[in-house]
Design a protein around this ligand. Structure first.
Ligand SMILES: Nc1nc2c(c(=O)[nH]1)N[C@H]1C(S)=C(S)[C@@H](COP(=O)(O)OP(=O)(O)OC[C@H]3O[C@@H](n4cnc5c(=O)[nH]c(N)nc54)[C@H](O)[C@@H]3O)O[C@H]1N2
Ligand SMILES: Nc1nc2c(c(=O)[nH]1)N[C@H]1C(S)=C(S)[C@@H](COP(=O)(O)OP(=O)(O)OC[C@H]3O[C@@H](n4cnc5c(=O)[nH]c(N)nc54)[C@H](O)[C@@H]3O)O[C@H]1N2
Ligand code: SF4
Ligand SMILES: [Mo]
Length: 673
């Protein structure tokens, strides 16, 4: 049979945004490979997608294929097949009654980044805007504290540096980010191949840390003190840019006393990082053009916002901004940088008033209340795996009077609690556009096969729901073709979809962008605001400070639960090959702690705190410092013997800014079983 080759791009929530080629022969399964012409991925997919895209994503027994209506008790996973018309009509009838009886904000929806392909990500928002539903503030599960901190300081946290400017950098400083797992091609090529001096700050000896010239391994939550320690040495070495500070920075003098007291010995005592390493890192960062990459993992701390402000002082006071090889990065909102009006794609005009919003840290208790939310719509996310307070959330979602609809490609734990499950088509089954939030690339997503069973792309599902609700606004029914044409036009991509499909991807600009070269900042003063009146108005400190988290007391461990190279958040847990590779759920503990507690590799141990308890297998390894435990996120509770994952231990304490998660500050007790 003849084979067609299509170019496409990976729409997962990942720094890389890899190019793919898809071999299509006939109507059935397709073969998904890396695109050799893609500059980031250079012909390879990561190990998880190479398996899962040719595995569970195309497995008819694993994928949801038909709309389903619950017949068992909530959580039992028993459903019957219904038609799309039955499903959408019944859902609409229930929602209309709830809106009539209790108001539109009795309907809550929660969504995140299950797919980042632009239409499937944004179009469903039109439905919720029209409805006036309450929303779970999406970023509070991931990166809201960091956004808030740098919005206050730099006026923008969605524009960083252009990674291509690394060619001009002397130093790459990666702080609380682990691309060896979370952006594997960026790790392997952009980072590992760079001739710049590489500095990594991470309490774990990750592969990225191992590949660095200098690895600073602080106690978790002490990063602000470490930043001030580096600033102390940079100042002493005459590396502050006083002219830059005078013109573009507000409040530098106010942090000087903190910088002066941050001597190497004090910093070493607070952070656990040896003085000579602090000195080497300061020299590397001070030596010339340098890039600072602040991870999303970094700010998932009880003081995550302050930490982000403190490390933002490095470029601000050394003036390493707006010049080749200089800059700071948290997220690049690449589509907006290319000119896309994201708010318009999301139908912001349909909103009659600002929707009610709650944070993820409050989801479980808010859903537990019978008098607040009567309906819950879940799409592009799997909260029963990813959200805090798992046990309480499960109990709340079992509420018979909480009308629940889940839109997903797979029957997740969350889906088991639905009254209706609506099957979503996968990225292999419809055309769309993709982007990378690190590299400034936009890509095509190509339909390579028909949707499995009766599954439909998110956007079509919400068109049908809008029709069933009796809505008539044309925006709710705009076709993919119309949307696509306008999006390509706004982003200046010439030749339309077909031309993009032939090329696979485009860069926002052919030449390296020098971001912030105008040295204009979207803060109230137009300068970098170290001292921030806006922060004060929010009840936050006027300036960043050097405070650290208390070291965990002897019987408590700090539990870090970062991304694994075998999972994409909570996706792929149901791929048999990846599940086999991941093995049983484990917790890594330091040999010194293991010795003290007489725990051996392979022993069963119990982790416990006020949110819950979880039994795991001990792995004894010097991955983290003593007192720090590591267990990877990304398991489906329903596939575990304990019917729970690490978020059973996630206590939902909010970080210091934006009500965001502080999951890497979780404290637990540990004992042998
Ligand atoms: N302990 C701990 N917990 C964490 C974190 C941590 O570091 N530690 N990290 C947090 C972070 S950063 C995040 S972003 C969250 C992520 O948590 P989730 O949003 O729950 O994780 P994803 O795996 O991205 O899940 C998205 C769901 O979307 C589905 N999906 C994929 N494509 C489509 C589609 O086209 N349409 C629809 N409708 N669904 C689709 C997938 O099948 C999957 O079930 O987890 C958070 N939870
Ligand atoms: N393979 C894979 N890739 C992914 C994901 C995945 O689950 N799997 N998730 C995607 C998503 S949604 C996101 S948000 C990104 C996140 O990707 P990253 O920004 O890399 O975030 P994490 O993996 O949570 O954590 C990064 C590092 O922060 C470190 N860290 C924890 N506490 C501290 C601290 O106190 N100080 C310092 N300096 N470091 C600390 C952790 O040890 C970890 O190595 O990755 C995306 N890519
Ligand atoms: S998840 Fe990331 S590394 Fe894996 S194929 Fe997709 S973009 Fe590439
Ligand atoms: Mo995330």
């Amino acid at each position: 049979m003849s084979k067609t080759i299509l170019r496409s791009n990976c729409p997962r929530d990942c720094y890389d945004g890899c190019g793919m080629i898809i071999e299509v022969s006939g109507d059935g399964p397709v073969r998904v490979l890396g695109d050799p012409d893609h500059p980031v991925s250079r012909g390879r997919l990561c190990s998880k997608c190479a398996v899962a895209y040719n595995g569970v994503w195309q497995d008819e027994t694993a994928r949801l294929q038909f709309p389903l209506r619950r017949i068992g008790s909530k959580g039992s996973g028993r459903f019957e097949r219904v038609s799309w018309d039955e499903a959408t009509e019944e859902i609409a009838a229930r929602l209309k009654k709830i809106v009539a009886d209790h108001g539109a904000d009795a309907v809550l929806h929660t969504h995140y980044s299950g797919t980042l392909s632009l239409i499937a990500l944004l179009f469903p928002m039109r439905f919720f805007h029209r409805l006036g539903a309450a929303e779970v503030d999406p970023d509070t599960i991931c990166n809201a504290a960091g956004h808030k901190a740098w919005d206050l300081m730099f006026g923008d946290s969605n524009t960083g540096f252009d990674p291509r400017t690394a060619d001009d950098a002397n130093c790459l400083l990666l702080w609380g980010v682990n691309p060896s797992a979370t952006g594997p091609h960026t790790h392997r090529y952009w980072f590992a191949e760079s001739p710049a001096t590489k500095v990594v700050v991470d309490p774990l000896r990750t592969e990225t840390a191992q590949c660095a010239d200098i690895h600073l391994q602080p106690r978790p939550g002490t990063d602000a003190a470490l930043a001030f320690g580096l600033l102390h040495l940079l100042h002493r070495a005459g590396k502050f840019d006083n002219e830059f500070i005078a013109r573009h920075v507000l409040g530098a003098d106010e942090v000087m006393p903190l910088i002066e007291r941050a001597t190497p010995s004090r910093t070493a005592a607070l952070t656990g990082v040896p003085e000579d390493l602090i000195d080497s890192a300061a020299q590397a960062y001070g030596a010339g053009p340098a890039l600072l990459w602040a991870g999303q993992g970094l700010q998932r701390q009880q003081r995550g916002g302050n930490i982000m402000r403190a490390i933002g002082l490095l470029p601000a006071l050394t003036g390493k901004i707006g010049k080749p090889g200089c800059g700071f990065y948290y997220i690049n909102d690449t589509p907006s940088m290319a000119g896309l009006d994201m708010a318009a794609v999301a139908g912001a005009g349909l909103l009659k008033s600002a929707p009610q919003s709650i944070g993820h840290m409050d989801l479980a208790p808010e859903l537990a209340r019978a008098d607040r939310f009567r309906a819950l719509l879940i799409w592009n996310t799997n909260p029963l795996a990813s959200a805090p307070n798992q046990a309480q959330l499960r109990t709340a979602m079992a509420r018979e009077d909480l009308f629940t609809v889940v839109v997903d490609c797979f029957q997740t734990d969350s889906a088991d609690f639905a009254d209706f499950i609506l099957p979503a088509a996968s990225f292999l089954e419809f055309d769309d556009l993709t982007f990378s939030y690190f590299h400034l690339n936009l890509g095509v997503q190509s339909k390579a096969r028909e949707p499995l069973g009766e599954s439909l792309p998110n956007q079509e599902i919400f068109r049908r729901l809008a029709a069933a609700m009796g809505y008539t606004e044309p925006e709710l029914f705009e076709s993919d073709a119309e949307l696509m044409a306008r999006m390509l036009d706004q982003m200046g991509i010439e030749g339309g979809f077909d031309a993009l499909q032939r090329r696979g991807h485009v860069s926002v600009t052919p030449e390296t962008l020098q971001l912030y070269s105008q040295l204009q900042f979207k803060t109230p003063s137009g300068r970098i605001e170290i001292a921030s009146a806006s922060a004060e108005q929010l009840g936050l400190p006027h300036i960043p400070n050097d405070e650290i988290d208390e070291p965990a007391v002897t019987d408590r461990f700090r539990l870090i639960t970062p991304g694994s190279d075998l999972r994409m958040n909570d996706s792929y847990a149901n791929d048999p090959k990846l599940a086999e590779r991941a093995g049983v759920a484990a917790v890594v503990l330091h040999p010194a702690d293991a010795g003290r507690l007489q725990i051996r590799d392979g022993d069963r141990v119990l982790l416990e705190n006020e949110a819950g308890a979880l039994e795991l297998q001990a792995r004894v390894e010097a991955l983290a410092l003593p007192g720090v435990l590591v267990a990877y996120k990304g398991r489906w509770p329903k596939l575990e013997a304990a019917r729970a994952n690490v978020n059973t231990l996630h206590t939902a304490h909010a970080a210091d800014m934006a009500g965001s998660t502080s999951v890497h500050s979780t404290l637990v007790r540990l004992r042998p079983v």
